[in-house]
Each structure stands twice: as structure tokens, then as C-alpha cells.
Write a protein that binds this ligand. Structure first.
Ligand SMILES: [Zn+2]
Length: 326
């Protein structure tokens, strides 16, 4: 035995002797919490304060239908390359609340905890909003990207009352025209009926309060709506600009980024017009890359913001780094 290892051994026995004299309570383990912490994250765009609010995650079973134009083994490989499970796709939900200094504006509203059976790990929006110190009564305006239930259901509480009672409700005209049309509902396949009925449940009795807009204009100071059709007929993105900073809210132009940012040609099962959606996805990702804007994807990993770079076959998301400073 070398001198070095003998010294270690002796030191080890000395430690063991000391440990034996300590009261057993010193080794008692603290109870594990068993739950995740609050899901909100705050950052600045110029003088605007932005808070990302997480509404949980839907773990959707992966099947051959999930990506329409890629083989299941290729999709599984893309998930494995991102260190994700290959039997389910994690689809988180993260909205943004923008404080311009004079107005509080929500971009999309989450699932309203109304899709529980389908996605039991979703529906944390209200809890996380409270944890972020934001009172729903103080929200002045809601802007909706599209009428899928995970974006509009948070407009209402479970009892049917308005969750943001003092907020104006602003929706893209083309979304309203498509989803609120009874003819479209009648013609829609069985699987799509739910979204039509759900749109009526959310908007039916407050129709008079809903303001419709055609995208392409500044809707609030520094916030501009951008037509981004394909995912749904009236799907709308938003840019937030203040000072020399800007953010592009791409909403559902891409689902899970390790699938659809890396492979922008891949078409998710959720896209109503897959070719149009692909065109829109590339248009938005090109813009984020060219302008070096912070981008925010509603279904990206929390806090769901990052930068986009171009690669040989698509794009890469470079997640924004958590910062203790605003
Ligand atoms: Zn969505």
C-alpha cells in the first residue's frame, strides 16, 4: 500500500469513528416536495415587462399520424436526438402577459383547466398567474392567436364567468368567420366538431364584447398582429417592439421545436392547411433569424422564448438564458 492510500485509509477510519458518535437524527432526510415550483418567468422587451405564464403540459401519445409527412422512426429519432421520450410528445403551453407601463395585455389564455381528462398535467395557468402576482381583474386586453381550445378556454372560468372580467377580447376576423360559421361546423368531420362547439361555448354569450380585427396592423402601442395562416385559417402571430428590442410571438406556427423548427417541412397533425402552415412557419422563422428577434413559441419548452438560427436543413432554437436581472 502506498503512503498516499494508507493516509487516506487512516483518514477514512477516523471519519467513520467521528460519524459513529454523531446523533442519528443528523442523517434524517428532509421530505421530498413531490411537486414542481411555480411556472412563470419575467423579462423585458425595451421598457415593456413581459411575463411568461405556464399552463402545464400535454403529453400526447406519439403515433404515425402525428407528423403527416414523416415516417414514425424518423420522428422517434428526432425526439431521441433531443433527449425526449419516443412514445409521447411533450406539448407545453406558455402564454405571455405584457405590461407596457400603461396597459396589461395577455396573448392567448391557456386551457382554462377545461381539458383535464385529456391532459391532466395542464391547467396551471391561474395558479401561475397568481404566483406571478398578476390579478386577472387588472388585465386590460386579451389578444387571441387562434380558436383552438388550448388558446381560448382560459377566457372563461369553470363556472362560465369571464376570467379577465375587465379585459377587452380581441380576435382575428378570419378565425371568427371560420369557427363561428354554422355551415363550416356542419361540414366539419366528427373529430373537428369539438373545436367548433367549444368556440361557441367560449364566445357565444359574450359575442357583443368580442372585437374582431384584420391582422397586419398595430393593435396596441408596440404590439402588431401578423397574418400567419395555415395552422388554422386565421392563425395570427404578434410582434412586440419597444426601444431597440423586439419579440416575435409565433403562437402555433411550430409545435415542438425539436421536431418542427429543426424540420420546418414536417407537418403536424394539428395544421388545417399543412402547405400553407409550412410556408408561414418558414416566413416567421426566417424573420426571427434575420432580425435576431427573440421568438416565443406557445408550445416550446418553458419559458418558451429563444433565438432562431438557420441550419443546413432548417432552423435551430437557441433557448434564452434565464436571467436574474430584468
Ligand atoms: Zn396550441
Amino acid at each position: 500500500m502506498s503512503d498516499l492510500s494508507r493516509r487516506h485509509l487512516l483518514a477514512g477510519s477516523a471519519m467513520a469513528a467521528v460519524a459513529a458518535t454523531l446523533p442519528k437524527a443528523a442523517h434524517a432526510a428532509a421530505p421530498q416536495s413531490g411537486q414542481q415550483g411555480p411556472g412563470f418567468y419575467r423579462f423585458k422587451i425595451g421598457n415593456y415587462e413581459v411575463t411568461a405564464i405556464n399552463d402545464g403540459t400535454w403529453y400526447r401519445k406519439l403515433d404515425a399520424s402525428f407528423v403527416r409527412n414523416a415516417a414514425l422512426p424518423d420522428v422517434q429519432k428526432a425526439l431521441a436526438d433531443a433527449f425526449l421520450p419516443t412514445d409521447v410528445v411533450p406539448i407545453p403551453f406558455t402564454t405571455l402577459v405584457v405590461n407596457t407601463g400603461s396597459k396589461l395585455i395577455a396573448l392567448d389564455t391557456g386551457t382554462g383547466a377545461a381539458l383535464g381528462a385529456m391532459m391532466p398535467q395542464a391547467g396551471t395557468f391561474a395558479t401561475n398567474l397568481a404566483a406571478a402576482g398578476i390579478d386577472p381583474k387588472s388585465v386590460d386586453a386579451i389578444y387571441i392567436s387562434h380558436f383552438h381550445p388550448d388558446h381560448i378556454n382560459g377566457i372563461k372560468s369553470k363556472d362560465g364567468s369571464l376570467f379577465f372580467p375587465n379585459a377587452s377580447i380581441n380576435v382575428p376576423e378570419a378565425e371568427w368567420a371560420f369557427w363561428m360559421d354554422d355551415g363550416n361546423m356542419t361540414r366539419a368531420p366528427e373529430a373537428a366538431q369539438f373545436a367548433f362547439k367549444n368556440s361557441r361555448r367560449i364566445f357565444g354569450d359574450v359575442a357583443g364584447k368580442v372585437q374582431r380585427f384584420v391582422p397586419g396592423k398595430e393593435v396596441e402601442p408596440g404590439i402588431t398582429s401578423i397574418a400567419a395562416p395555415g395552422h388554422t385559417p386565421g392563425h395570427t402571430a404578434y410582434s412586440i417592439a419597444n426601444g431597440n428590442k423586439s419579440l416575435l410571438y409565433v403562437a402555433d406556427a411550430t409545435n415542438n421545436p425539436w421536431l418542427f423548427v429543426r424540420n420546418p417541412e414536417w407537418q403536424a397533425v394539428f395544421d388545417a392547411d399543412p402547405n400553407k402552415a409550412t410556408e408561414t412557419r418558414k416566413m416567421l422563422l426566417d424573420r426571427a433569424a434575420a432580425d435576431k428577434m427573440l421568438a416565443h413559441g406557445y408550445h416550446w419548452p418553458f419559458p418558451a422564448s429563444g433565438y432562431i438560427t438557420k441550419t443546413a436543413k432548417g432552423y435551430e432554437l437557441v433557448p434564452a438564458m434565464w436571467s436574474p436581472n430584468l
